[in-house]
Design a protein around this ligand. Structure first.
Ligand SMILES: [Zn+2]
Length: 199
């Protein structure tokens, strides 16, 4: 039997599902919420509910969005024929910080990771290949992180696109090897984009 009353035990169990949250942190968050005002606790619950109710994935690029297609895919000022492939929706921010990129995105929602059971079927690459096959894309820029998984993912996508009428490039190694592109500063990211090479 849990040493906490059922509603408290339930909240702690839910919080423990969050990345990086262990039992101790979950207990601390749960007691913080218990001591919060009714309004603050209700705002938190509403924010969680609202996130799932109003956000979805863009049907073109898989970015997280409240409108479909997302703001990038619907933009008349962005080059819809130049597609930058990133691992996560949060990686888009890193590329946007470089300010030089005026194309659109394709979000894979992960990287290949055989150790964690993530194969090509688990990644959202199929719709990108379909876009290229329909002749809608001039250049695919592989902007996955220069980590083992990111490089493996870039090679796999380059292979999937081989033979199709599209230019495939990989960002330069201006992004420090083994690091995540989310942490690249804007100058580094801009250089990585400028120095991209054909693969
Ligand atoms: Zn989109």
């Amino acid at each position: 039997m849990s040493r906490y009353a059922e509603p408290m035990a339930r909240l702690i169990e839910e919080l423990k599902k969050l990345p990086g949250v262990g039992t101790k942190s979950a207990q601390r968050f749960a007691f913080h919420i218990l001591r919060a005002t009714d309004d603050d606790a209700a705002s938190l619950a509403d924010a969680v509910r609202g996130l799932k109710a109003s956000l979805r994935l863009c049907s073109i690029c898989n970015n997280v969005t409240d409108i479909d297609p997302c703001a990038y895919c619907a933009s008349p000022t962005r080059n819809q024929r130049q597609v930058c492939v990133v691992e996560e929706p949060t990686s888009i921010e890193a590329v946007e910080r470089s300010r030089g990129f005026q194309g659109v995105y394709h979000v894979l929602h992960g990287t290949l990771s055989p150790l964690h059971g993530v194969g090509p079927e688990q990644l959202r690459g199929g719709t990108l290949v379909a876009r290229v096959e329909r002749g809608e894309v001039d250049e695919v820029i592989l902007a996955t992180s220069p980590t083992l998984e990111g490089e493996a993912t870039a090679s796999w996508l380059a292979g999937a696109l081989r033979g199709l009428p599209v230019r495939v490039t990989r960002i330069a190694t201006g992004v420090p090897a083994g690091s995540d592109i989310e942490y690249a500063d804007e100058v580094t990211m801009a250089r990585a984009m400028e120095g991209r090479r054909e693969v």
